[in-house]
Design a protein around this ligand. Sequence first.
Ligand SMILES: [Zn+2]
Length: 288
Amino acid sequence: MSVRSITVGDVNITALHDAIGRFPRPLARVFPGVPDEQWAPFRDRYPEVFDGPDHWRLPDYCFLVQEGDRTVLVDTGVGPPEAPAAKWLRTSGRLLEELAAAGVSPTDVDVVVLTHLHLDHVGWNVTRAGGTPRPVFPRARHLVQEADWAYFTGEADDNDREAFDLGVRPLEEAGVCEQVRGEVSLGGALTLLHTPGHTPGSQSLLVTSQGERALLWGDVANHPVQITEPDWSATDADPPAAARTRQAILARAEQEGLTLAASHFPDPFGSVVRVEGRRYWSSRANEP
Ligand SMILES: [Zn+2]
Protein backbone atom coordinates (compact mmCIF):
# COMPACT_ATOMS: atom_id res chain seq x y z
CA MET A 1 0.00 0.00 0.00
CA SER A 2 1.43 3.31 -1.11
CA VAL A 3 2.28 5.88 1.60
CA ARG A 4 0.63 9.20 0.69
CA SER A 5 1.43 11.34 3.69
CA ILE A 6 4.57 11.78 5.79
CA THR A 7 5.85 14.08 8.51
CA VAL A 8 9.29 15.67 8.44
CA GLY A 9 9.76 17.13 11.91
CA ASP A 10 6.95 19.69 12.23
CA VAL A 11 6.06 19.66 8.54
CA ASN A 12 3.36 17.51 6.92
CA ILE A 13 3.81 16.47 3.30
CA THR A 14 0.96 14.88 1.35
CA ALA A 15 1.27 13.42 -2.14
CA LEU A 16 -1.60 14.46 -4.42
CA HIS A 17 -2.15 11.99 -7.23
CA ASP A 18 -3.11 14.14 -10.17
CA ALA A 19 -3.06 11.51 -12.94
CA ILE A 20 -1.55 8.38 -14.41
CA GLY A 21 -1.23 7.64 -18.10
CA ARG A 22 0.85 6.09 -20.83
CA PHE A 23 3.79 8.20 -22.00
CA PRO A 24 2.92 8.66 -25.68
CA ARG A 25 6.35 7.89 -27.16
CA PRO A 26 7.83 4.38 -26.76
CA LEU A 27 10.66 3.84 -24.25
CA ALA A 28 13.28 3.39 -26.96
CA ARG A 29 12.59 6.92 -28.15
CA VAL A 30 12.22 8.48 -24.72
CA PHE A 31 15.53 6.95 -23.52
CA PRO A 32 17.62 7.05 -26.69
CA GLY A 33 20.64 4.78 -26.65
CA VAL A 34 19.39 2.36 -23.98
CA PRO A 35 19.16 -1.16 -25.46
CA ASP A 36 15.93 -2.98 -24.74
CA GLU A 37 17.57 -5.86 -22.84
CA GLN A 38 19.03 -3.44 -20.30
CA TRP A 39 15.52 -2.66 -19.09
CA ALA A 40 14.82 -6.25 -17.96
CA PRO A 41 15.99 -6.07 -14.32
CA PHE A 42 14.16 -2.79 -13.84
CA ARG A 43 10.90 -4.17 -15.23
CA ASP A 44 11.05 -6.77 -12.46
CA ARG A 45 11.86 -4.22 -9.78
CA TYR A 46 9.44 -1.43 -10.78
CA PRO A 47 6.62 -3.13 -12.73
CA GLU A 48 4.16 -0.29 -12.01
CA VAL A 49 5.98 2.18 -14.27
CA PHE A 50 5.99 -0.02 -17.36
CA ASP A 51 3.04 -0.35 -19.71
CA GLY A 52 3.48 -3.38 -21.96
CA PRO A 53 6.82 -4.12 -23.60
CA ASP A 54 7.50 -0.68 -25.06
CA HIS A 55 5.95 1.99 -22.92
CA TRP A 56 6.35 3.99 -19.74
CA ARG A 57 3.39 4.20 -17.39
CA LEU A 58 3.67 7.69 -16.00
CA PRO A 59 2.15 8.68 -12.65
CA ASP A 60 2.00 12.41 -11.99
CA TYR A 61 2.15 13.56 -8.36
CA CYS A 62 1.98 17.02 -6.86
CA PHE A 63 2.78 17.66 -3.19
CA LEU A 64 1.10 19.60 -0.41
CA VAL A 65 3.52 20.94 2.21
CA GLN A 66 1.99 22.25 5.43
CA GLU A 67 4.08 24.01 8.05
CA GLY A 68 2.13 25.71 10.83
CA ASP A 69 -0.54 27.72 9.03
CA ARG A 70 1.43 28.03 5.81
CA THR A 71 0.23 25.98 2.83
CA VAL A 72 2.60 25.28 -0.04
CA LEU A 73 1.79 23.36 -3.21
CA VAL A 74 4.62 21.85 -5.25
CA ASP A 75 3.68 21.57 -8.93
CA THR A 76 0.22 21.57 -10.48
CA GLY A 77 0.09 18.37 -12.56
CA VAL A 78 -1.46 17.72 -15.96
CA GLY A 79 -4.52 19.86 -15.34
CA PRO A 80 -8.13 19.95 -16.55
CA PRO A 81 -9.23 18.25 -19.82
CA GLU A 82 -8.46 21.32 -21.95
CA ALA A 83 -4.85 21.64 -20.65
CA PRO A 84 -2.07 20.71 -23.10
CA ALA A 85 -0.67 18.00 -20.79
CA ALA A 86 -4.10 16.37 -20.38
CA LYS A 87 -4.37 16.11 -24.16
CA TRP A 88 -0.78 14.83 -24.38
CA LEU A 89 -1.22 12.15 -21.70
CA ARG A 90 -4.83 11.48 -22.77
CA THR A 91 -6.12 11.82 -19.24
CA SER A 92 -7.02 14.79 -17.11
CA GLY A 93 -5.95 15.54 -13.57
CA ARG A 94 -7.64 15.19 -10.16
CA LEU A 95 -5.54 17.68 -8.21
CA LEU A 96 -8.47 19.77 -6.95
CA GLU A 97 -10.32 16.67 -5.67
CA GLU A 98 -7.14 15.44 -4.00
CA LEU A 99 -6.64 18.84 -2.36
CA ALA A 100 -10.25 18.87 -1.16
CA ALA A 101 -9.77 15.39 0.31
CA ALA A 102 -6.79 16.81 2.23
CA GLY A 103 -9.05 19.60 3.56
CA VAL A 104 -7.48 22.35 1.48
CA SER A 105 -9.28 24.77 -0.82
CA PRO A 106 -7.49 26.59 -3.66
CA THR A 107 -7.70 29.90 -1.78
CA ASP A 108 -5.79 28.37 1.16
CA VAL A 109 -2.62 27.96 -0.92
CA ASP A 110 0.00 30.59 0.01
CA VAL A 111 2.85 29.49 -2.25
CA VAL A 112 3.06 27.37 -5.41
CA VAL A 113 6.53 26.06 -6.16
CA LEU A 114 6.90 25.13 -9.83
CA THR A 115 9.83 22.69 -9.92
CA HIS A 116 10.07 23.39 -13.65
CA LEU A 117 7.78 24.48 -16.47
CA HIS A 118 7.22 21.25 -18.42
CA LEU A 119 3.58 20.84 -19.37
CA ASP A 120 2.86 18.03 -16.87
CA HIS A 121 3.89 20.26 -13.93
CA VAL A 122 1.90 23.44 -14.68
CA GLY A 123 -1.51 22.04 -15.71
CA TRP A 124 -3.66 23.46 -12.91
CA ASN A 125 -2.01 26.90 -12.76
CA VAL A 126 -4.84 28.54 -14.64
CA THR A 127 -8.55 27.98 -15.27
CA ARG A 128 -10.34 29.19 -18.39
CA ALA A 129 -13.85 28.71 -16.99
CA GLY A 130 -15.72 31.90 -17.88
CA GLY A 131 -13.40 32.84 -20.74
CA THR A 132 -10.48 34.81 -19.36
CA PRO A 133 -7.66 32.79 -17.82
CA ARG A 134 -7.48 33.15 -14.04
CA PRO A 135 -5.09 31.64 -11.49
CA VAL A 136 -6.58 28.55 -9.83
CA PHE A 137 -4.66 29.46 -6.64
CA PRO A 138 -5.38 33.20 -6.63
CA ARG A 139 -3.67 34.12 -3.33
CA ALA A 140 -0.48 32.17 -4.00
CA ARG A 141 2.93 33.47 -5.04
CA HIS A 142 4.03 31.16 -7.85
CA LEU A 143 7.81 30.65 -7.70
CA VAL A 144 9.72 29.98 -10.92
CA GLN A 145 13.49 29.98 -11.48
CA GLU A 146 14.61 32.76 -13.83
CA ALA A 147 16.52 30.26 -15.97
CA ASP A 148 13.30 28.35 -16.71
CA TRP A 149 11.44 31.52 -17.58
CA ALA A 150 14.20 32.38 -20.08
CA TYR A 151 14.27 28.85 -21.53
CA PHE A 152 10.51 28.44 -21.95
CA THR A 153 10.16 31.83 -23.59
CA GLY A 154 13.09 31.00 -25.88
CA GLU A 155 14.41 27.68 -27.09
CA ALA A 156 11.87 25.20 -25.59
CA ASP A 157 9.94 23.07 -28.12
CA ASP A 158 6.51 24.02 -29.45
CA ASN A 159 4.52 21.80 -27.04
CA ASP A 160 6.31 23.23 -24.03
CA ARG A 161 5.96 26.78 -25.31
CA GLU A 162 2.24 26.28 -25.88
CA ALA A 163 1.86 25.00 -22.32
CA PHE A 164 3.85 27.99 -21.11
CA ASP A 165 1.73 30.50 -23.01
CA LEU A 166 -1.51 28.91 -21.80
CA GLY A 167 -0.55 28.02 -18.26
CA VAL A 168 2.35 30.15 -17.04
CA ARG A 169 2.28 33.51 -18.81
CA PRO A 170 -1.23 34.31 -17.46
CA LEU A 171 0.20 34.05 -13.92
CA GLU A 172 2.51 36.93 -14.70
CA GLU A 173 -0.36 38.92 -16.20
CA ALA A 174 -2.33 38.31 -12.98
CA GLY A 175 0.64 39.52 -10.92
CA VAL A 176 1.09 36.25 -8.99
CA CYS A 177 4.31 34.96 -10.56
CA GLU A 178 7.67 35.59 -8.94
CA GLN A 179 10.98 34.74 -10.55
CA VAL A 180 13.72 33.54 -8.20
CA ARG A 181 17.38 32.81 -8.78
CA GLY A 182 19.45 29.96 -7.34
CA GLU A 183 19.12 28.85 -3.73
CA VAL A 184 16.39 30.75 -1.88
CA SER A 185 15.20 30.41 1.71
CA LEU A 186 11.42 30.51 2.01
CA GLY A 187 11.69 30.89 5.78
CA GLY A 188 10.88 28.27 8.39
CA ALA A 189 11.77 24.76 7.24
CA LEU A 190 11.74 25.43 3.50
CA THR A 191 14.55 26.18 1.04
CA LEU A 192 14.55 26.15 -2.75
CA LEU A 193 17.60 24.55 -4.38
CA HIS A 194 18.54 25.11 -8.00
CA THR A 195 18.91 21.60 -9.52
CA PRO A 196 19.45 22.27 -13.24
CA GLY A 197 19.70 19.93 -16.21
CA HIS A 198 16.24 18.43 -16.70
CA THR A 199 15.47 22.05 -17.52
CA PRO A 200 17.84 24.98 -16.94
CA GLY A 201 15.72 26.30 -14.08
CA SER A 202 14.69 23.06 -12.41
CA GLN A 203 14.41 23.55 -8.67
CA SER A 204 13.82 21.28 -5.68
CA LEU A 205 12.25 22.05 -2.31
CA LEU A 206 14.32 21.03 0.71
CA VAL A 207 12.38 20.57 3.95
CA THR A 208 14.47 20.57 7.14
CA SER A 209 12.73 20.29 10.50
CA GLN A 210 13.74 18.84 13.88
CA GLY A 211 16.76 17.14 12.36
CA GLU A 212 14.71 15.43 9.64
CA ARG A 213 15.03 16.18 5.94
CA ALA A 214 13.11 15.62 2.75
CA LEU A 215 13.79 16.75 -0.79
CA LEU A 216 10.93 17.27 -3.24
CA TRP A 217 12.98 17.05 -6.38
CA GLY A 218 10.53 17.41 -9.26
CA ASP A 219 12.09 15.55 -12.19
CA VAL A 220 15.74 15.42 -11.06
CA ALA A 221 15.02 11.78 -11.82
CA ASN A 222 11.75 11.15 -13.60
CA HIS A 223 12.04 7.34 -13.76
CA PRO A 224 13.29 5.16 -10.85
CA VAL A 225 15.75 3.45 -13.21
CA GLN A 226 17.81 6.66 -13.00
CA ILE A 227 18.65 5.99 -9.34
CA THR A 228 20.81 3.12 -10.61
CA GLU A 229 21.63 4.55 -14.04
CA PRO A 230 21.88 8.33 -13.58
CA ASP A 231 23.24 8.73 -17.12
CA TRP A 232 20.04 7.38 -18.70
CA SER A 233 18.32 10.52 -19.87
CA ALA A 234 14.64 11.07 -20.62
CA THR A 235 13.27 14.44 -21.73
CA ASP A 236 16.24 16.29 -20.21
CA ALA A 237 16.96 19.65 -21.86
CA ASP A 238 20.69 19.17 -21.13
CA PRO A 239 21.42 15.45 -20.56
CA PRO A 240 25.01 15.81 -19.27
CA ALA A 241 24.00 18.55 -16.83
CA ALA A 242 20.98 16.51 -15.72
CA ALA A 243 23.19 13.47 -15.10
CA ARG A 244 25.63 15.56 -13.03
CA THR A 245 22.79 16.93 -10.91
CA ARG A 246 21.37 13.40 -10.40
CA GLN A 247 24.79 12.10 -9.35
CA ALA A 248 25.26 14.93 -6.87
CA ILE A 249 21.78 14.72 -5.38
CA LEU A 250 21.85 10.92 -5.16
CA ALA A 251 25.17 11.05 -3.31
CA ARG A 252 23.74 13.63 -0.93
CA ALA A 253 20.50 11.68 -0.48
CA GLU A 254 22.45 8.59 0.46
CA GLN A 255 24.84 10.41 2.77
CA GLU A 256 22.17 12.38 4.60
CA GLY A 257 19.46 9.72 4.56
CA LEU A 258 17.12 12.13 2.75
CA THR A 259 13.52 11.21 2.18
CA LEU A 260 12.79 11.89 -1.49
CA ALA A 261 9.51 12.93 -3.09
CA ALA A 262 9.33 12.31 -6.84
CA SER A 263 6.75 13.36 -9.41
CA HIS A 264 6.69 10.23 -11.56
CA PHE A 265 7.77 7.29 -9.39
CA PRO A 266 5.42 4.38 -8.59
CA ASP A 267 5.23 5.52 -4.96
CA PRO A 268 5.73 9.19 -4.28
CA PHE A 269 7.96 8.85 -1.19
CA GLY A 270 11.11 6.81 -0.74
CA SER A 271 14.86 6.85 -0.36
CA VAL A 272 18.06 5.56 -1.91
CA VAL A 273 19.30 2.13 -0.82
CA ARG A 274 22.34 0.03 -1.78
CA VAL A 275 21.98 -3.53 -2.97
CA GLU A 276 25.21 -5.32 -3.90
CA GLY A 277 26.97 -2.00 -4.37
CA ARG A 278 24.35 -0.41 -6.63
CA ARG A 279 21.82 2.26 -5.78
CA TYR A 280 18.08 1.61 -6.03
CA TRP A 281 14.85 3.35 -5.14
CA SER A 282 13.15 2.06 -2.02
CA SER A 283 9.52 3.10 -1.59
CA ARG A 284 8.49 4.32 1.83
CA ALA A 285 5.74 1.71 1.66
CA ASN A 286 8.38 -1.05 1.81
CA GLU A 287 10.16 0.32 4.85
CA PRO A 288 9.67 -1.40 8.20
ZN1 LIG B 1 7.53 15.63 -15.34
